[in-house]
Design a protein around this ligand. Structure first.
Ligand code: UDP
Ligand code: MG
Length: 309
């Protein structure tokens, strides 16, 4: 028997644990036929509700259910990493606990693996049911990101992905602390089949991502997979040097031709504040990369385990 590891990051998902399990097991017969058994890894990302108890309850009735519990909330990226590390299957699939990644798609996904693809990824073609402003910024982010990064990051891509062991091992070789999974998938490459589906609203509970959390996450993505912002800082520096040089020439020529009238204070203030702003902006960009480097250099663990059942 081969093994299919199902990795489910959970953060305060008590209402969804059992629903997800039942929905997933609807595929049991299909995979049994193919000689594949499930291994279901619930990764509890420091939930404050009854998520852990719910998983343990499932575990008493089904040995295929496993629980990995973190000491606190480390974020979905950490949960994915922990799950991939723990998984033993020849095939691995990442799924959200809220049923936004429909388990009914699994047989179709697996059929592409049978055809020889290394990885089957999904993207949602609509953002129905999401706040307009969030969709707008999400689109903007993907457009910007693909301009400034050589790693392809697909708009609307979900983390719902079925992979072979080879791909999982490749991902695990990336031991970085700042983990931006959407970029990591693109970076490792391999033959990937994309499936599309309409956005599905979450089963129960609420989204764990606030706008602010998403904003910070987007900065993570940019700094992790592009150094273009650093180049922008240099380019701006050069541009401002050129402008400054022109201004010097103009000022000298004007002095020689018209003497030295003491007007020009307003323009001086404008120039000083503009240049000051640009300098701080560029310093901020450098600071972003420095802070990411700092976290990387510390080599702190990506997550800490409290319980492993
Ligand atoms: N999640 C997690 N840690 C977090 C936030 C979310 O493990 O800090 C899990 C969450 O339980 C869910 C998945 O990541 O299974 C996706 O989260 P959510 O549905 O809140 O995000 P959305 O679908 O709204 O993007
Ligand atoms: Mg969700």
């Amino acid at each position: 028997m081969d093994l299919l590891s199902v990795i489910v990051p959970c953060y305060n998902e008590e209402e969804n644990i059992a629903d997800f399990y039942n929905e997933l097991l609807k595929n049991e017969a299909y995979f049994k036929d193919k000689g594949i058994d499930f291994e279901i890894l619930y990764i509890d990302d420091g939930s404050k509700d009854k998520t852990v108890e719910e998983v343990k309850k499932l575990r008493t009735g089904d040995e295929r259910v496993h629980l990995l519990s973190f000491s606190r909330n480390f974020g979905k990226e950490a949960a994915i990493y922990a799950g991939l590390k723990k998984s033993k299957g020849a095939y691995v699939v990442l799924m959200d606990a809220d049923l936004q990644d429909p388990p009914s798609l699994l047989p179709q996904m697996y059929s592409y693996i049978e055809q020889g693809y290394d990885s089957v990824a999904t993207r949602r073609v609509s953002r129905k049911g999401e706040p307009k402003i969030r969709s707008f910024f999400a689109r903007l982010f993907y457009r910007l990101m693909n301009k400034i990064s050589r790693t392809e990051i697909v708009d609307g891509a979900r983390d719902y992905r079925l992979m072979t062991r080879q791909v999982v091992d490749a991902i695990l070789e990336m031991t970085e602390y700042n983990r931006f999974t959407k970029g990591i998938f693109g970076w490792v490459g391999y033959e990937t089949k994309w499936l599309e589906y309409e956005n599905i609203e979450r089963n129960k509970g609420e989204t764990k991502w606030s706008f602010w959390k998403l904003f910070l996450y987007s900065i993570e993505g940019i700094t992790a997979f592009s150094t273009v912002p650093l180049a922008i800082a240099s380019v701006m520096g050069v541009l401002f040097c050129l402008v400054a040089f022109l201004l010097i020439v103009v000022t000298i020529v004007r002095k020689l031709l018209f003497g030295d009238p003491t007007s020009g204070w307003p323009s001086l203030v404008c120039i000083i504040s503009l240049v000051g702003g640009v300098q701080l902006f560029c310093l901020g960009i450098v600071g972003q990369y420095l802070s990411k480097t700092y976290m990387e250099v510390k080599r702190r663990p990506v997550y800490l385990i409290k319980e492993d059942i």
